[in-house]
Write a protein that binds this ligand. Structure first.
Ligand code: FCB
Length: 443
């Protein structure tokens, strides 16, 4: 069995909009995801996050569940619009209070909280003022971050500025799949620059107000492999890597934007103010990586989209949710990020898969696929640790089935099944397996 250090952080990951519900409660402001999910045609099953897993009211039970499952860490996110309903101005005490109570519960249960400050739920008022294309949004983010980390920072030390900036930008305003929608490459690259800038400005702000802060970011990472040895396909895989991974991680690591991609994007490159790249390179304590799948690509000059590649279906064992699941990619990613960049520590901040889970006649959810999936990925993580890579923790996506963005409730990623009609939580076989795996590793 794969062996992990005794102090390894084991837990699950969630996100405010996907689980909290209570969208109109206690002064929470509207976000771009409220607006988007209520726009007809945007969400596969016509659903939204108004109620989701009702975690806002059931957080005590959910923390109890984590404890029963032997988790010693938890990665959640904070809803900006609960703290500043219009994105800035006066804070909303009721919103702050919710997260204080959540932190109390976690600490009582012996669970170390890691909080993400931005998991895509931009306050709608800021979107109305230009969203991430407006440089001011980065400054409002810093104000919000400084305030909430100051409020919780006596007890919460682990902070993640952004979740998956590629999704915040490309998936949203270029591929038109996530809020607020759009198909504009130039705008998207400007958004990405301001997201990165907001990150860089926030790191020192958190350090100022949280003594002993441990700060990172959680980009999603998709390792790219060329299908053939043809130099065009090899170049295509490198370009995909630039598009998805390097565009975000190179600047964090102090390298600026990758020159090959800068050239490739031509007139669409963002406007940069002198000094921005130094700000973005603020030293981090760790890098979180969200890992789901790989890109297996060939060159495709006829594609209407950057990065002009085409994914080729591969015969992997777990072809689910249209993803090319590839456990070895987790090792390849950790190794590459470790050897190529200088982050002092790495975490897997998300990893999981959606399967067609059902409640069986015996009342249980027998998700054998997910057990195998986790096992295979943990093996790769252990392999990385064996070679000296400083991987410090693993957060499975997700603790609960939840509102899966544009897919609504049609995809179940949880290690716990949610019966949405009753909000009953049923720990799946994978959740029980994970519980036992954790305790064996701690023994
Ligand atoms: C990631 C997101 C997370 C969830 C999983 C399935 O890209 O960060 O919120 O949607 O995918």
């Amino acid at each position: 069995m794969a062996q992990f250090p005794k102090d390894f952080v084991w837990g699950a990951s969630t996100c405010a909009y996907q689980i909290e519900g209570a969208a109109q409660e206690d002064g929470r402001g509207e976000t771009i995801w409220d607006r988007f999910s209520h726009t007809p045609g945007r969400i596969k099953d016509g659903s939204n996050g108004d109620v989701a897993c009702d975690h806002y009211h059931r957080y005590r039970d959910d923390v109890k569940l984590m404890r029963q499952l032997n988790h010693n860490g938890y990665r959640g996110s904070i809803a900006w619009a609960r703290i500043f309903p219009t994105g800035s101005g006066a804070p909303n005490p009721a919103g702050v209070d919710f997260y204080k109570r959540l932190v109390d519960s976690l600490l009582e249960a012996g669970i170390t909280p890691f909080f993400t400050l931005y998991h895509w739920d931009l306050p709608q008022v800021l979107q109305d003022q230009g969203g991430w294309a407006n440089r001011e949004t980065a400054l409002r983010f810093v104000d919000y971050a400084r305030y909430i980390t100051g409020q919780l920072g006596d007890r919460v030390k682990h902070w993640i500025t952004h979740n998956e900036p590629w999704c915040t930008t490309f998936l949203s305003t270029y591929l038109d799949i996530h809020a607020p929608g759009g198909k504009d490459l130039k705008l998207t690259l400007q958004n990405a620059h301001h997201v990165l800038l907001s990150h860089g400005l926030t790191v020192p702000a958190i350090r100022e107000v949280v003594p002993g802060a441990v700060i990172g970011m959680a980009p999603n990472y998709v390792p790219a492999y060329a299908v053939t040895d043809n130099p065009k396909d090899v170049a295509a895989a490198h370009r995909f890597d630039g598009f998805f991974n390097r565009w975000f991680i190179d600047p964090l690591a102090g390298r600026g934007y990758p020159p090959d991609m800068w050239e490739y994007y031509g007139a669409n490159v963002p406007q940069i103010t002198p000094g921005d790249m130094d700000i973005i390179a603020a030293p981090l304590d760790f890098l979180g990586l969200n890992y789901y799948d790989r890109a297996y690509v060939v060159d495709d000059p006829t594609s209407t989209h950057v990065p002009h590649t085409r994914g080729v279906p591969s015969s992997q064992e777990w072809r689910t949710a249209d993803r090319d699941v590839y456990p070895d990619g987790l090792y390849d990613m950790l190794r590459r990020v470790y050897l190529d960049y200088n982050f002092p520590a790495l975490y897997i901040t998300e990893n999981g898969a959606a399967f067609s889970d059902e409640i069986s006649a015996d009342g249980a959810v027998h998700d054998a696929d997910r057990v195998e999936f986790l096992q295979a990925h943990f093996n790769q993580a252990a392999r990385a640790i064996d070679t000296g890579i400083p991987l410090k923790g693993y957060f499975v996506w997700s603790l609960l089935d939840n509102f899966e963005w544009s897919q609504g409730y049609t995809l179940r990623y949880g290690i716990t099944y949610i019966d949405y009609a009753t909000q009953r939580r049923i720990v799946k076989d994978s959740g029980l397996w994970y519980r036992d795996f954790i305790s064996q590793n701690r023994a």
